[in-house]
Design a binder for this molecule. Structure first.
Ligand code: HEC
Ligand code: HEC
Ligand code: HEC
Ligand code: HEC
Ligand code: HEC
Length: 488
């Protein structure tokens, strides 16, 4: 008793001081509770995903036809078939139009992006993309749309194109006599017209699922190698995606086998993802500069150019959702109830067709509010993209005029070429990304700032100002250093 009394004043003080601490602890507890709740939801959804099923047919590595898988998994199969539905959102989805003259397709196809924005034709002059480039549509069409694009009908393409437009697992196994990597190399080297005869289905169950366990898996050598190179650039050696990736990673990586920036190696026609220096656009641009890879020579200006394509995974990697552990499937394959079980919606499409299902698991706002947020991000992005694009077209015109005027100073022209190449690749990179800025809003504005800057500098060097005079100021360089450092 005595000792307790003796301690009383001290205790009082302790409690008085602890007032702030308790508030602090409650705040920490609330945040922890929130984070735990989110983690639990994610984990719950992962275990529920492995709901039991009735095995009607045996599946193996040769079961390409999704209809056969559909006997065991009717719900997923029916949703998978719905990818043939078409329809627009404000900026995404697809607008059905009649096929142009001479196109063998009888049903409606997706509208032309070249007609929508003729600046694309100027940007890609001399390259196959300036002949035909349409809005993407659902997975059901990937094989047919590839066969019928003028980029295939009017140009010779390698078998490499097939990697992302068909179910190729069984084909690669067959071509490589059981060795998938050898089959991949073989497929890439064959002419497209020949190899496309050997497949019948767009991406199918077999491409994303192990036929025995139904677990997600990576089947594309290009991604296995690309992600290993990316991890190595982050200091992780010998990364084996099918062993080392988490279940949550796989909900993104299965998509990243195709929804990425890529190029074909000129001799082997191997499909390569340019991530050995990292997945920031500056890293990718530097990778290409060192490698020396060139896609085409610009018909109007004569500059050597790079083409970018659909870097959805690349953009996502630089956004807040990736940083928060939110996968492609979380938004594009939301869970839904089918009787007693929860299933992943295999109708892959724009999340805006059902923002409640796609965003509502994590965000409390209404579907209207979430749609509004997406569209606001997209409208702002389009504003900046338009500015940068007008600047690029102005640069292309200026180079053409400069050459026409005669008296060409080759060093000056080469500097302008460098600026055209950079501005073009940076604009192309965000243009060919299909979320219209949503997957990484702040990042995409930085890229457009770089593109606008390059295009205007290209115009300035043509007037006789040396490129050296346009380099970053001392102050800017100091900021760059501070940004790279821990604190200042
Ligand atoms: C936080 C949610 C979210 C995540 C995560 C996400 N997306 Fe998206 N995605 C969207 C939204 C929103 C759009 C814009 C849709 C629109 O404009 O109609 C979009 C657009 C797209 C489009 C174009 C769809 C269309 O109909 O025009 C593709 C393709 C796409 N995303 C693929 C991916 C891939 C691949 C990943 C993962 C690397 C991914 N997304 C991650 C929300 C997400
Ligand atoms: C790394 C995977 C990958 C490779 C390789 C690939 N594509 Fe695609 N392709 C895609 C994705 C993802 C889309 C959907 C997103 C888009 O349209 O931007 C697409 C869309 C398309 C479309 C429909 C939209 C359009 O551009 O008109 C056509 C046609 C097409 N690709 C043709 C080709 C051809 C031809 C080749 C070979 C030169 C090829 N693809 C190689 C992944 C790939
Ligand atoms: C084998 C390659 C491949 C894989 C794997 C793949 N996609 Fe695609 N995806 C494509 C191609 C090609 C198209 C365009 C088809 C067309 O336009 O004919 C496309 C189209 C889409 C579209 C419709 C775009 C639009 O504008 O309407 C969405 C959404 C999409 N994919 C999301 C995903 C998500 C999410 C994943 C992973 C769960 C994924 N894809 C996995 C190749 C692939
Ligand atoms: C582009 C990749 C892709 C394709 C193609 C695909 N799936 Fe899936 N599937 C997924 C993803 C991602 C999940 C979520 C798995 C997880 O979170 O572990 C999934 C989950 C499943 C599940 C587990 C239960 C559920 O719904 O979450 C079943 C069963 C399934 N898919 C069947 C099929 C069938 C049948 C087909 C062919 C008709 C198919 N899948 C095609 C990516 C794909
Ligand atoms: C699995 C959970 C999850 C899903 C599904 C999800 N989000 Fe998010 N979202 C997050 C988290 C976590 C953050 C980061 C919040 C933070 O740190 O403040 C975030 C942030 C955002 C932001 C702020 C972005 C920024 O740059 O600050 C927007 C806008 C957003 N989400 C829109 C969407 C939309 C639209 C969808 C549906 C298409 C969606 N989200 C689906 C978890 C999710």
């Amino acid at each position: 008793m005595m000792s307790t009394n003796a301690n009383q004043p001290r205790k009082k003080n302790l409690w008085a001081d602890s007032g702030k601490w308790i508030l602090g602890i409650i705040a920490v507890a609330l945040v922890t509770f929130g984070l735990t709740a989110l983690l639990i939801t994610i984990m719950e959804r992962q275990t529920e995903a492995q709901a039991p099923f009735t095995k009607v047919v045996e599946l193996d590595e040769t079961t390409v036809d999704p209809e056969v898988w559909g006997q065991n998994f009717p719900v997923q199969y029916e949703d998978y078939l719905k990818t043939e539905e078409m329809g627009p959102t404000k900026w995404g989805g697809s607008h059905p139009v009649d096929p142009p003259e001479g196109d063998p397709r009888t049903e409606q196809i997706s509208s032309s992006r070249l007609e929508e924005d003729p600046r694309l034709v100027t940007m890609w002059k001399g390259y196959a993309f300036s002949k035909d480039y349409r809005h993407a549509r659902g997975h059901a069409y990937m094989l047919e749309d590839q066969r019928q694009t003028l980029r295939v009908r009017d140009f010779d393409q390698p078998g490499t194109c097939l990697n992302c437009h068909a179910s190729t697992v069984a084909l690669m196994d067959e071509l490589g006599d059981g060795d998938r990597d050898a089959g991949f190399a073989e497929m890439n080297l064959m002419p497209y017209d020949e190899v496309t005869q050997m497949v019948d289905h767009p991406v199918s169950c077999l491409d994303c699922h192990d036929p025995q366990t139904m677990e997600l898996r990576i089947t594309r050598p290009a991604f296995e190698r690309g992600i290993a190179a990316l991890k190595a650039s982050e200091g992780i050696e010998n990364y084996d995606v099918n062993k080392d990736a988490t279940a949550q990673d796989m909900r993104t990586y299965t998509c990243a086998q195709c929804h990425v920036e890529y190029y074909f190696e000129s001799d082997t026609k191997e499909l390569i993802f340019p991530w050995a220096k990292g997945i920031d656009l500056d890293d990718i641009y530097e990778y290409y500069a060192e490698d020396g890879h060139i896609d085409w020579t610009h018909e109007i200006t004569g500059a050597e150019m790079l083409k970018a394509q659909h870097p959805e995974f690349d953009l996502w990697s630089n956004g807040i959702h990736a940083a928060s552990g939110v996968s492609c499937a979380d938004c594009h394959m939301p869970y839904k109830r089918e009787g007693a079980q929860k299933v992943s919606d295999h109708h892959l499409q724009s999340p805006l067709f059902d923002a409640n299902a796609s965003c509502g698991t994590c965000h409390n706002e209404s579907a209207e509010e979430m749609t509004n947020r997406v569209e606001t991000i997209q409208d702002r992005y389009l504003h900046s993209r338009n500015q940068a694009f007008d600047a690029l077209v102005a640069l292309i015109n200026d180079i053409a005029e400069y050459k026409e005027a005669g008296n060409v100073d080759q060093a000056r022209l080469d500097e302008a070429y460098e600026f055209q190449k950079k501005a073009s690749f940076y604009i192309d990179y965000v243009y060919s990304e299909n979320s219209n800025g949503f997957h990484a809003p702040a990042y995409i504005h930085r890229i457009l700032g770089d593109a606008l800057d390059a295009a205007r500098k290209g115009q300035i060097v043509l007037t006789g100002v040396p490129a050296a005079d346009l380099e970053a100021s001392e102050t800017t360089l100091q900021y760059e250093e501070m940004m790279a450092g821990e604190n200042r």
